[in-house]
Design a protein around this ligand. Structure first.
Ligand code: NAP
Ligand code: GDD
Length: 345
């Protein structure tokens, strides 16, 4: 029987790298798309693919960019993949305030370019996965679990672009009968998380402070609440979403909430850093009780013009129909991230 094949846009990112590993283990031929960069951007996949010696027969890498529609069409039309995973995006919410037009082009229109390429290639059997985001819910009025029918109210051009991409996916399903599904994933982290996302910043910063390599960690809103899962669990849900009997939209989360501050406290406790919090608002600091030095402060440059204060997801539909549930919890997620930083930072 012919191997199944998957094309991953965003293969060099956190999720793309775990998904590539996962699909290779499942016996897929995996095709990944990386964008051109002046310094190496394949750190997360170098262990599965040596781009000089073409080491892995189950994995191919191509240049591409979500800004380049003809390149996307050529890749899709020649590979004719069984499954396409669109994980590529300008994925940083705060940065989308600085580069709103670029974010809309890649995170929003990039989705349309892929879907239109699948449609124009006449690939009726190709399944499409869209990396939708809890950021689409944005301004949540009541602090309760979000589900698939909660209305969207995005608070950044990243969120607005993801809403465009979500509806484009639904539209291609309804208008052209494409198998196109949205995984609406809540925040998920791992040792491979980008350095400027809050969990990585906290774990890396506190490990480095513990090692004496860094004096202080500066953060923004300590009171935002998130539902944090492990990226390894979440890439499995992406695959399960595309194996379901029909295309649909799915919330993937843990249904547990934590503030940024309580995430810090958990990490500090595991590192045996004895923190004392003092002050309020922009003047709030955490002091290391061992030496009375400020190790965390608040800097307004990390605040967003509009914040998403609260995100918690109800994944009951995925649990019931996909038989998916998270294997990790916040403790094992943090342990995994700390162990990595202890060895590598
Ligand atoms: P990530 O680590 O930032 O990875 C993003 C990927 O997109 C990288 O491979 C990046 O390439 C690539 N990319 C960026 N701009 C591109 C362009 N113009 N053309 C082609 N590729 C481009 O993000 P992630 O955490 O793995 O998230 C994966 C997807 O899920 C994203 O769409 C994100 O918005 C979405 N999402 C993430 C979360 C989460 O909590 N992690 C939650 C919900 C949804 P480089 O490596 O070269 O930068
Ligand atoms: N990045 C960052 N840096 N965030 C901070 C900081 C800081 O120094 N201090 C506080 N925060 C707060 C942010 O204001 C936000 O409320 C929360 O920590 C989480 O920020 P991020 O880790 O940057 O993630 P995000 O929730 O904005 O976005 C991530 O999750 C989305 C899903 O809800 C990204 O992965 C998005 O791509 C994803 O769609």
């Amino acid at each position: 029987m012919k191997k199944k094949s998957a094309l991953i846009f965003g293969v060099t990112g956190q999720d793309g790298s775990y998904l590539a590993e996962f699909l290779i283990k499942k016996g897929y031929m995996v095709h990944g798309v990386k964008r051109r960069s002046s310094s190496p951007n394949t750190e997360r996949i170098d262990h599965i693919f040596d781009s000089i010696n073409f080491k892995n027969k189950d994995f191919n890498l191509y240049y591409g960019d979500l800004a380049d529609g003809s390149n996307i069409f050529k890749l899709i039309n020649s590979i004719k993949p069984s499954e396409v995973y669109n994980l590529a995006a300008q994925s940083h919410v705060k940065i989308s305030f600085d580069i709103p037009e670029y974010t809309s082009d890649i995170t929003g229109l990039g989705t349309l370019r892929i879907l239109e390429s699948i449609r124009a290639s006449g690939l009726k059997k190709t399944k499409y996965y869209q990396a939708s985001s809890s950021e689409m819910f944005g301004k949540v009025l009541k602090k309760k679990s979000i589900n698939e029918i909660t209305p969207f109210h995005p608070r950044s051009m990243y969120g607005v672009s993801k809403v465009f991409a979500y509806h484009t996916t639904v539209h291609y399903r309804e208008a052209y009968g494409l198998y196109a599904s949205n995984g609406i994933l809540f925040n998920h982290e791992s040792p491979r998380r980008g350095a400027n996302f809050v969990t990585k910043k906290i774990v890396q910063g506190l490990v480095r402070i513990k090692k004496g390599k860094q004096k202080k960690l500066s953060l923004g809103n300590l009171y935002a609440i998130r539902d944090w899962g492990h990226a390894k669990d979440y890439v499995e849900s992406m695959w399960k979403i595309l194996q379901y009997k029909k295309p649909d939209d799915w919330i993937i989360a843990t249904n547990k909430e934590k503030s940024v501050k309580s995430f810090i406290n958990l990490v500090a406790k595991k590192l045996k850093l004895n923190l004392e919090w003092k002050g309020q608002g922009i003047n709030e600091v955490a002091i290391d009780k061992k030496n009375n030095k400020i190790v965390i402060d608040v800097n307004k440059k990390f605040f967003r013009p509009t914040e998403v204060e609260y995100l918690k997801g109800n994944y009951k539909k995925a649990k019931t129909l996909l038989k998916w549930k998270p294997k990790h919890n916040i403790e094992t997620l943090i342990d995994d991230m700390i162990n990595y930083e202890i060895k590598n930072s």
